[in-house]
Design a protein around this ligand. Structure first.
Ligand code: PGA
Length: 248
């Protein structure tokens, strides 16, 4: 059995006050049996780590540099994130791909750094509306996943989490139907199964894209949907925990 993982991607939202309020509210409520994880913006990682020190809630960063260290002004390395105490790093989110021209090759380089720092990469894949309408969904996600499965070792792949986030569903209120999401998740798992069946059976595939308390249960009960990557609804403790409970 794969333990469900419900992760909150806060994107570029928050303040010290908001982080305190949100995390204290989460801590005051009964934790769901699903594993919870939050991805605060860099400046609030330390604060989140301190606030969550005694809890089971994991903390991840939203990105990292492809470089190890050196003259890369403005960048943050996976090594620094590990030093700080985060456990996961989100990579290849569609907003990074769209606004920062991140390619699959770059995402692979970043994933290698994350793994070398002994952290878990959560790699996002997903098609645009035009690509879905052109019937290219599987082709697109396959192209995004392939560099990882070709270039990482089996031991490295065992640590990778994949998030399927159809670009047309992110922040739009449009959610993939449970059947649409399941179809892509099953396809991605079948691709991994060609590399190694046991790896595929254990790998976590999260769904992201307007997941809310009212649609979470139907998505999370699908056999190949192992959790969620939640944007908007993760900024509200009640909604985020409700999604965590829907995963039980
Ligand atoms: P959303 O964002 O839940 O607001 O659609 C998901 C994401 O981008 O990770």
């Amino acid at each position: 059995m794969r333990q469900k993982l419900v992760a909150g991607n806060w994107k570029m939202h928050g303040s010290q006050q908001m982080v305190k309020h949100l995390l204290e509210k989460m801590l005051s409520q009964q934790a769901p049996s699903a594993k919870l994880l939050v991805f605060p913006p860099y400046p609030y990682l330390s604060q989140a780590i301190q606030l969550l020190a005694k809890s089971e809630i994991g903390i991840g960063a939203q990105d990292c540099s492809q470089a190890d260290e050196g003259a890369y002004t403005g960048e943050v390395s996976a090594k620094m994130l590990a030093d700080l105490g985060v456990s996961h790093v989100l990579l290849g989110h569609s907003e990074r791909r769209q606004y920062h021209a991140e390619t699959d090759a770059l995402v692979l380089e970043k994933a290698k750094r994350v793994l070398a720092a002994d952290l878990i990469p959560v790699v996002c894949v997903g098609e645009t509306l035009a690509q879905r309408e052109a019937g290219e969904t599987n082709k697109v996600v396959l192209q995004q996943l392939t560099p990882l499965i070709e270039k990482l070792t089996l031991a490295q792949l065992q640590k990778v989490v994949v998030a399927y986030e159809p670009v047309w569903a992110i922040g739009t209120g449009l959610t993939a139907t449970p059947e649409q999401a399941q179809e892509v998740h099953a396809f991605l798992r079948s691709v991994v199964a060609k590399v190694d069946k046991e790896l595929a059976a254990k790998m976590l595939f999260l769904y992201g894209g307007s997941m809310k308390p009212d649609n979470a249960a139907s998505l999370l009960k699908m056999p190949d949907i192992d959790g969620g990557l939640i944007g908007g609804a993760s900024l509200d403790a009640d909604q985020f925990l409700a999604i965590g409970k829907a995963a039980e």
